[in-house]
Write a protein that binds this ligand. Structure first.
Ligand SMILES: Cc1cc2nc3c(=O)[nH]c(=O)nc-3n(C[C@H](O)[C@H](O)[C@H](O)COP(=O)(O)OP(=O)(O)OC[C@H]3O[C@@H](n4cnc5c(N)ncnc54)[C@H](O)[C@@H]3O)c2cc1C
Length: 492
C-alpha cells in the first residue's frame, strides 16, 4: 500500500497529518498524506462505522473512473445516507483542510474522481430515492444515487421518460455534474436543458437550492442562473444531493433506421442535410467502418462494414412515415445503401444496445489495452471537414481507433486503444488528441461536448475560453471554495 496507507492502518495517531497548502491552496499534484485516527473516527461518528472505509481495495476502486487516467486513491471513502450527513461531512473535511471528492457511479471519462491530492471520497450511491414525481408538471426530484436507467424503470407506466442517455448507466447527479448528454440530445437536449433545480452541499457544509427550495418551474428570469453554474461543474463547486429534472412525454410511436454510405463525407453530408431539412430526428448517430465491424462481432449483428448512420424518429404513426420517407430520400441522394427500418421494440433495443456497447466492442479489438475517448464538438456545418480529416489523421497516426458520435449535435468521439505501458504510443495518442482538440477550436468548436474537462483538458479549456473567462471561473471557484478543497486539480 506504500505511501497511501492510512493512519488507521499504519497505527499512527496524530490528529491530521496533512501538509499545509502552499501559495494558491492545494493547487498542485502532491504526494498523498494520511488521515489521522481521530479524523477517521469523526467520519464514523457522522455516517456510522460500516459506512467508512480506509481499506486499500476500496480506495483503489474509488481512485479511478473508466478513463485511462491513472488510479489516484482517496485516503478514505464514506457513504452518507442523507443530506444532513453530507453537510456534516463537508463541514468536517473543510474545517480540517481535507480535500473532498464526490463520487457518482465512476463511469466518467476524464479522471474526475481521481483523488490527486488524497482526501475523502464521498460516494453518494446509498442516497438512491426518487423523492417526488410531478407528472402534471413533467418533473421529478431524485437523490444522487439514482441512475438514468433506474429512473426510466420507475417511470415506465407513467407515460413519461427522461431522455438524456450517456452510454453508461450513470447517476443522474453525476450526469448533472459533468453536463452529460447522449444519443437523444439532438431532439431533447443535454443535462443543461433538462435540470430545473439542484440541491447542493457547498464545501463548507451550507445547503444551496440553486433555483429556490422546492421550485420546479419551466422558465424564470429571477437572478443569476446558479443551476447552470453547477451543471458541468464536475464536483469542483459542491456536492449535488438532489436534482429536479425535466421529464418528457414518452413518444407515441418510435422507429429506428440504419443506413450505410460509401464514404464518411457522404454520411456526414447526409446528416447535415437531414437537419437542414428540419426532419425532427430523435437520434442520429455516426459509426465508422471500424465501429461497425466491432459492433457486428461484439453484438452479433450483420450490418455492412461501412460508414453508417443509426437514426430514430419519434411521433405519431403518420408523422413517422413522413419523417422516414424524407430521411431515406436524403440518405439515398447522398449514395446510401441498405436503408433498413426497425419498428419492433425488441429490434430497436438490440440496435441501440449495440450502439451503447460500442465502447466495449471497440475495446475488444485490442484486449488488454486501455481506451481513450476524444470528445470534440463543432458547428454542424464544419462537421464533414473535421470528420474526414480526423479519419485521415487516425490512419496516418498508426494508432488503433474508431470514430463514432452524436453527429446531430456536431459532437463525435475518436476512441483510441493504447498500451499504457508503451510510453511512445501514449505520447502519440496524446499528440493526436491535442491536435484534434485544437482543430475543433480552430473551427469555432469546443474540446469537450459532453465528457467534461477533468484532469486532461485544462490547457485546452484555457485556449478555448481565453484569459478573461478563465479569470472569472477562478474567481467563482474561489468565492465558493476559497481553500481549493472541492475536487482539487480538476477543470481549472
Ligand atoms: C461506455 C461509456 C459510454 C459513455 N457515453 C457517454 C455519452 O454518450 N455521453 C456522456 O455525456 N458521457 C458518456 N460517458 C461518460 C459518463 O457516463 C458520464 O460522464 C456520466 O455523466 C458520469 O456520471 P457518474 O455518475 O458515473 O459520475 P462519476 O464518474 O462518478 O463522476 C464524474 C464527475 O462528476 C463528479 N460528481 C459525481 N457525482 C457528483 C455529485 N452528486 N455531486 C457533485 N459532483 C459529482 C465527480 O466528482 C467527477 O468529477 C460514457 C461512459 C462510458 C463508460
Amino acid at each position: 500500500m506504500g505511501k497511501n496507507k492510512s493512519v488507521e492502518e499504519s497505527g499512527k495517531s496524530s490528529r491530521l497529518e496533512r501538509k499545509k497548502p502552499g501559495v494558491g491552496g492545494w493547487g498542485g499534484v502532491k504526494e498523498q498524506d494520511k488521515l489521522s485516527v481521530g479524523f477517521v473516527e469523526a467520519l464514523k461518528v457522522i455516517v456510522g462505522s460500516p459506512h467508512v472505509s480506509t481499506a486499500a481495495a476500496v480506495r483503489e476502486q474509488h481512485g479511478h473512473d473508466e478513463s485511462m487516467h491513472r488510479c489516484r486513491p482517496p485516503d478514505a471513502v464514506v457513504w452518507p445516507q442523507n443530506v444532513e450527513q453530507v453537510s456534516r461531512l463537508a463541514a468536517l473535511c473543510y474545517g480540517q483542510g481535507v480535500p473532498i471528492i464526490p463520487f457518482g457511479t465512476g463511469t466518467g471519462l476524464e479522471g474526475g474522481v481521481c483523488a490527486v491530492q488524497g482526501g475523502v471520497c464521498i460516494n453518494l450511491t446509498h442516497m438512491d430515492r426518487i423523492l417526488e414525481l410531478n407528472p402534471e408538471d413533467f418533473s421529478v426530484v431524485v437523490e444522487p444515487g439514482v441512475t438514468r436507467k433506474a429512473l426510466n424503470r420507475h417511470l415506465r407506466d407513467s407515460g413519461l421518460w427522461f431522455p438524456v442517455d450517456p452510454g453508461a448507466d450513470a447517476s443522474l447527479c453525476g450526469m448533472a455534474a459533468t453536463g452529460a448528454s447522449g444519443t437523444n440530445a439532438v431532439r431533447y437536449g443535454t443535462m443543461r436543458d433538462n435540470v430545473l433545480n439542484l440541491e447542493v452541499v457547498l464545501p463548507d457544509g451550507r445547503l444551496l437550492h440553486t433555483a429556490g427550495c422546492g421550485r420546479h418551474f419551466r422558465k424564470s428570469a429571477a437572478g443569476y442562473n446558479l443551476t447552470g453554474l453547477f451543471v458541468g461543474s464536475e464536483g469542483t463547486l459542491g456536492l449535488i444531493t438532489s436534482a429536479t429534472l425535466r421529464l418528457h412525454p414518452a413518444p407515441e410511436a418510435t422507429v429506428a433506421a440504419t443506413c450505410a454510405f460509401p464514404t464518411i463525407q457522404a454520411a456526414v453530408d447526409s446528416t447535415v442535410h437531414i437537419l437542414q431539412a428540419a426532419v425532427p430526428v430523435a437520434r442520429i448517430e455516426f459509426l465508422d467502418d471500424v465501429v461497425m465491424d466491432a459492433c457486428n462481432r461484439h453484438s452479433k449483428m450483420d450490418c455492412p462494414v461501412a460508414p453508417s448512420l443509426f437514426l430514430e424518429f419519434h411521433g405519431s404513426a403518420q408523422a413517422l412515415a413522413e419523417q422516414l420517407q424524407r430521411a431515406e430520400e436524403i440518405a439515398q441522394y447522398h449514395g446510401a445503401s441498405h436503408f433498413s427500418w426497425a419498428k419492433e421494440a425488441e429490434e430497436r433495443s438490440r440496435l441501440w444496445a449495440a450502439r451503447h456497447n460500442a465502447w466495449y466492442a471497440i475495446m475488444a479489438l485490442r484486449p488488454g489495452c486501455k481506451g481513450y475517448s476524444t470528445d470534440v464538438c463543432v458547428p454542424i456545418s464544419r462537421l464533414p471537414e473535421i470528420l474526414v480529416q480526423t479519419k485521415e489523421d487516425l490512419q496516418a497516426s498508426g494508432l488503433t481507433g474508431a470514430i463514432l458520435g452524436h453527429v446531430g449535435d456536431g459532437n463525435f468521439h475518436c476512441i483510441l486503444l493504447v498500451d499504457p505501458e508503451d510510453a511512445e504510443e501514449v505520447g502519440r495518442l496524446e499528440a493526436f488528441a491535442e491536435q484534434l482538440g485544437r482543430r475543433a477550436l480552430a473551427l469555432h468548436g469546443t474540446c469537450t461536448g459532453e465528457h467534461g474537462i477533468g484532469l486532461g483538458k485544462r490547457q485546452l479549456l484555457q485556449e478555448e475560453v481565453g484569459a478573461v473567462a478563465m479569470e472569472i471561473m477562478r474567481q467563482l471557484k474561489a468565492g465558493l471554495d476559497p481553500r481549493g478543497l472541492m475536487n482539487p486539480g480538476k477543470v481549472l
